[in-house]
Design a protein around this ligand. Structure first.
Ligand code: PEP
Ligand code: MN
Length: 338
């Protein structure tokens, strides 16, 4: 971290500041120039409040040189992380480092018949994991809230029938014991900064699918991943699911540039959710291809056996036949950009 002092800072003020900084546990390298004096702070600067420092009378500017996210930072871990999700067949579904994952299934689990049928169809089309919401974060308290614990049991049945690992969203750390059989725990966009939840997930050893918040920067996404990793769980998959912008034509705005940007910033795998980002089934195929072309490590796509009757997010859900088509094209794009 670098602190630039104002020209009128006296030597006494400067020394007082240096003393205080050293008390915070960093060593200070002083560089006195003709017009500016710069203090170079070396060591663990994570406890230093940049905004407070900037407000001091004698301080002109403060700049962080290295990022606050350490465990997820590619600088300290240049190789891509590959997340391994064990399958019933004893193999692993892998995400990252050249392993492309396709997580497909309905927005919400609605019945055994529905989830098992969708699971069979998406597996046949080449999906590597099954998704299904049991605890649903709905904007309205009057909307369908998910089948909760029963939904997770139905997902387990679909897992037994197909062998596909299952992915489901958690909203409260008190529900963790219900997620025993869930292979990848999803943290949805609305909970990306639920820090107590993130800390609790850091204590588990399950892969976590962390979705970007509706209005969060990439750095904030990585700081949330850092919460999970700092607790000891380094199995984090990031998901770009669209952000809120001024345009309402699509449900959100899919930030595809987040893919190369995150790949530069972090070693964690990054997947794309074209369903929640567009909100429209007719745009999901195109954006799936775009995501595959720009280097995403996978896709999360909503598929329903009867979208017009879906209890949640029918408008953005593909039919199994449409999903078949998308998968064929995605594989061609993957081949073309290899
Ligand atoms: C979901 O995947 O079911 C979901 C609610 O997504 P998001 O958190 O991205 O809105
Ligand atoms: Mn949904």
């Amino acid at each position: 971290m670098i602190t630039v002092l104002k020209r009128n800072a006296t030597e006494e003020q400067r020394n007082n500041l240096i003393k205080w900084l050293e008390e915070q546990g960093v060593s200070v390298h002083v560089s006195v120039g003709e017009s500016v004096t710069i203090l170079g702070l070396v060591g663990d600067t994570s406890n230093i409040d940049m905004d407070m420092l900037r407000l001091l009378d004698i301080v002109d500017d403060v700049k962080r040189i290295s990022e606050s996210y350490k465990k997820s930072n590619r600088k300290f871990h240049p190789k891509d992380t590959v997340i391994e999700v064990p399958t019933k067949a004893g193999e692993a579904a892998r995400v990252g480092g050249g392993n492309f994952a396709v997580i497909a299934g309905p927005c919400s689990v609605e019945s055994e018949e529905q989830i098992v049928e969708v699971a069979k169809r998406v597996k046949a089309a080449g999906a590597t994991m099954l998704r299904g919401g049991a605890f649903k974060p709905r904007t309205s308290p009057y909307a369908f809230q998910g089948m909760r614990a029963e939904g997770l049991e139905l997902l387990s049945i679909a897992k037994r029938e197909t062998g596909l690992p299952i992915v489901s969203e958690i909203m409260n750390e008190n529900h963790l014991e219900l997620f025993e059989d869930v292979d990848v725990i999803q943290v949805g966009a609305r909970n990306m900064q639920n820090f107590e939840l993130l800390k609790a997930l850091g204590q588990t050893n399950k892969p976590i699918l962390l979705k970007r918040g509706l209005a969060n920067t990439l750095e904030e996404l990585l700081m949330s991943a850092e919460y999970i990793m700092a607790g000891g769980n380094e199995n984090v998959i990031l998901c770009e699911r669209g952000i809120r912008t001024f345009d309402h034509f699509t449900r959100n705005t899919l930030d595809l540039s987040a893919i190369p940007a995150l790949h530069e910033m972090t070693h964690l795998p990054v997947i794309v959710d074209p369903s929640h980002s567009t909100g429209r089934a007719d745009y999901v195929p195109t954006m799936s291809l775009a995501a595959a072309a720009c280097g995403a490590d996978g896709l999360m796509i909503e598929v329903h056996n009867n979208p017009s009757c879906a209890l949640c997010d029918g408008a953005q859900s593909l039919t199994p036949d449409q999903f078949d088509e998308v998968m064929k094209k995605v594989m061609k794009v993957k081949e073309a950009v290899k």
